[in-house]
Design a protein around this ligand. Structure first.
Ligand code: GLU
Length: 494
């Protein structure tokens, strides 16, 4: 059997470290077994997907060096590789399942389903479709369809028994069918759900090994049923453990920078980031900590993958990155440094801010140091202001960073708008609100125009600086809870 693996990100936000982690192991697995690695874009959620996010994901994976053999940008024999371009394929397969009696049209209204869910919840039952539309006769279905009644297509799920399957990492897994919902396959708008699209695509794209995050384990029974209904061969499954925050929760941007762009823009080396990501799910046979992709491919054996929830530790990543920097040699170091600090794209963005303020070219570093590199490190005394109490400083920083998470576009007008709303909700004027922001972002009380600076730094670096400022001040759990309530009231953040 030819080994074919894939990474299938949904383009609904910044390129996530989790995507890099899953892509990495798919890449290694394929290369180690002489197979192919594919990129598929899962953009069936049209409200949340964007081309901007797809481009960012592709660029981030390329920056890491995880190149694919087939994908939306490269093409290949089993394309298109973007699900929004495959709508008709899914629809036809769903109609096939109806003919086989393995799927049915469901005309239940959202109100009825809501009511059903509530009743099941009050009885402490798993929320599950009750099969009402399975009872409709063929004529009833026909007349409803002819009358243009809105409906979805759901899959049939057995009432009794267990779904038993094997996971390469976890061994045998057993999930009772009564916990499996009669999953919607095609939504009322004609778009497939993830479950329908993933099975059809993995089959048509001849994926031999489905390697993905553990959050999908509970979906496997639905997927296997679909493979069986179609009469297709079921691929092998390998569910990787999710990356976690230090408190064991799923790695989230609230607690750690999760965007690959953050690591690129902060000056991490792609090989070091890959090495670190790899070390979270894999140990080398000789247990050495530093290794490159080529070395893993040579010795890769899936039985050495680990199952424990790996905790993302930025300090450990920094140590690894430092090792890679030292291994560069001076010439390569200078090259990388020049790319990082004197990147012409970045300088072009700063030029308009600097040109009016520069008498000698050497003035530039003193003014733009915090954009060209990291800002100086801060402590609590940097946040003592005559005009603002410490409590208010914390509130400003917290609200500011949380509201930036909700920015729809990243530009200075949007930042200005979000901060104006946040200042209003704290009942202080914007000028006062900005006092701690200047320090958090630039390390100084006076800097280049701060909204422009943040626009150039990007969302991740800006939020990270505010978070590290909050760390200097310390924020209690109680205060956080109180502030989260305040955030709920902010119109633009929700
Ligand atoms: N689009 C899914 C995701 O979020 C892919 C899951 C899978 O690999 O099956 O990551």
């Amino acid at each position: 059997m030819k080994v074919r693996t894939r990474v299938a990100p949904s383009p609904t936000g910044d390129p996530h470290l989790g995507t890099a982690y899953v892509a990495l192991f798919n890449w290694i697995f394929a290369k180690a077994k002489g197979g192919s690695f594919l990129l598929r874009i899962e953009d069936t959620d049209q409200a949340r997907s964007s081309t901007e996010s797809e481009i960012a994901i592709i660029e981030a994976l390329k920056w890491l060096g995880l190149e694919w053999d087939e994908g939306p940008d490269l093409g290949g024999n089993v394309g298109p590789y973007r699900q929004s371009e495959r709508k008709e394929i899914y629809r036809n397969y769903a109609e096939d399942l109806i003919l086989k009696g393995k799927a049915f049209r469901c005309f239940c209204t959202p109100d009825r389903l809501d009511q059903l869910r509530k009743e099941q919840k009050s009885r402490k039952e798993t929320s599950r479709y009750d099969g009402q539309c399975l009872k409709l006769s063929e004529e009833e279905v026909k007349s409803k369809v002819e009358a243009g009644e809105s409906h979805v297509i759901r899959m049939v799920v057995p009432e009794v028994g267990d779904s038993i399957f094997n996971d390469i990492l976890r061994g045998e897994i057993r999930i009772p069918f009564d916990q499996i919902d009669m999953q919607v396959l095609i939504k009322a708008d004609g778009m497939p759900t993830y479950h329908m699209a993933v099975v059809v695509d993995d089959h048509l794209m001849e994926i031999s090994h489905v390697i993905r995050g553990e959050e999908w384990i509970n979906s496997v029974p639905k997927h296997i049923l679909l493979y069986e209904y179609f009469g297709w061969q079921v691929p092998e499954f390998l569910h990787l453990s999710l990356l976690r925050n230090p408190d064991q929760s799923k790695l989230s941007k609230r607690k750690n920078p999760t965007s690959i762009n953050f690591y690129r823009d902060s000056g991490y080396l792609p090989d070091a980031l890959l090495n670190y990501l790899c070390s979270m799910g894999w140990t080398m046979p000789d247990e050495r900590e530093l290794y490159n992709l080529r070395e893993i491919v040579e010795v890769f054996d899936e039985s050495r993958l680990s199952m424990g929830g790996p905790i993302f530790d930025q300090k450990k990543l920094n140590w690894i990155n430092g090792q890679y920097i030292r291994a560069l040699g001076e010439e390569e170091f200078v090259k990388k440094l020049t790319n990082q600090i004197a990147d012409p794209e970045k300088l072009k963005k700063i030029a308009s801010l600097l040109i009016e303020r520069t008498e000698k070219l050497s003035d530039v570093i003193g003014q733009a140091d915090y954009i060209l590199g990291d800002r100086r490190s801060l402590d609590a005394t940097d946040f003592e202001f005559p005009s603002l109490e410490k409590d208010m400083v914390i509130r400003v920083l917290y609200l500011a960073s949380r509201s930036l998470e909700s920015a729809k576009h990243w530009d200075k007008d949007q930042i200005f708008q979000l901060f104006s709303l946040a200042a209003e909700s704290l009942k202080i004027d914007l000028k006062k609100f900005m006092v701690p922001i200047f320090v958090a972002i630039s390390g100084r009380s006076v800097s280049l125009p701060i909204f422009d600076s943040m626009a150039i730094l990007g969302r991740d670096l800006s939020i990270d600086r505010m978070r590290s400022a909050m760390d200097c001040l310390g924020i209690s759990g109680k205060m956080k809870k109180k502030l989260e309530k305040e955030i709920e009231k902010l119109p633009s953040v929700n």
